[in-house]
Design a protein. Structure first.
Length: 133
């Protein structure tokens, strides 16, 4: 829907074409897993290896794995180091706010979100049709 109109997700939210999202307060373990998943995605989008990311962050690769799995909370200084060296915003990992990330990363995340929205829209009519039958 948004792609057909030529509207970006950020613009659609700003001008209320998409309603405000409900923000859930996650339990600690779920929050750590979500942060770890975003850290993994960020490292992948930066195009660096996990070993290189661990080196930049000043931690072992095993601790990085624990961060990405949500087993340990991400230490702020380690994430700060990655943010400064790779010039990415610290808030993406903790708050899922990609608005201040570099443009190529932001566009990749936006494209992924749009494809998920389109998939959800495609499933909705099918689910309603099945329920009517």
């Amino acid at each position: 829907l948004l792609r057909q109109e030529g509207t970006s997700l950020r613009v659609a939210i700003r001008y209320r074409r998409i309603g405000a999202m409900q923000i859930a307060v996650l339990p600690d373990k779920a929050y750590r897993r979500a942060c770890g998943a975003r850290l993994r995605k960020l490292i992948d989008l930066l195009g660096i290896s996990y070993v290189e990311a661990a080196r930049i962050m000043g931690i072992s690769k095993n601790l990085l794995r624990n961060y990405m799995e949500g087993d340990n909370p991400i230490r702020p200084y380690a994430l700060y180091r990655l943010s400064m060296v790779k010039q990415v915003d610290f808030n993406y990992v903790h708050l899922d706010d990609w608005t201040r990330l570099p443009r190529p990363i932001r566009e990749a995340l936006e494209a992924e979100m749009l494809s998920k929205l389109e998939a959800a829209e495609a499933e909705s009519p099918a689910a309603e049709t099945d329920a009517d039958a």
